[in-house]
Ligand binder design. Structure first.
Ligand SMILES: [Zn+2]
Ligand SMILES: [Zn+2]
Length: 148
């Protein structure tokens, strides 16, 4: 299989995910993802950070909270990545920025606490809320949003 490639709308930033299959393709309905993308949800698919190569340019990053950074093209603003700062975490790229988004059919949904009442989207795909366990509650309890 060829790498999963994509980039921003102006072409200044291009990436290659050196994987046969993306990991955890999903949408997140949480308010932070809505605001970060300007969309109704974020659509994201991941790979190990070491498997993502910037093949042209590099994104700028905004620390949307003290726990995660979001990459975007500084020239055209296209949202490109989401990653937690934890060292073992994978990085996610926005499915819409892929040259072939068909390679990232979503398998899950999260952030359902923020899902808009009038969004009927892939209703059969399993999903959950952001804080769905004691471990998640502890992790997010320390979160400080940098969104204004
Ligand atoms: Zn761009
Ligand atoms: Zn989210």
């Amino acid at each position: 299989m060829s790498p999963v490639i994509g980039g921003c709308q102006c072409g200044a930033v291009r990436y290659a995910m050196h994987v046969d299959r993306v990991e955890k393709p999903h949408v997140c309905h949480c308010r932070m993802c809505q605001r970060a993308t300007g969309g109704l949800f974020a659509a994201l698919a991941g790979c190990a950070k070491s498997k993502l190569e910037w093949t042209r340019g590099e994104p700028a990053f905004f620390a949307s909270s003290n726990l995660a950074k979001r990459g975007f093209c500084r020239d055209c603003g296209t949202p490109l990545t989401f990653a937690y700062d934890t060292p073992e975490a994978r990085i996610y790229v926005t499915i819409g920025s892929m040259d072939d988004p068909e390679r990232a059919a979503i398998e899950g949904q999260c952030g359902l606490e923020g899902k808009l009442s009038w969004v009927a989207f892939c209703e059969e795909v399993p999903g959950g809320v952001t804080v769905d366990s004691a471990a998640a509650a502890e992790f997010y309890a320390g979160m400080k949003s940098n969104q204004g």
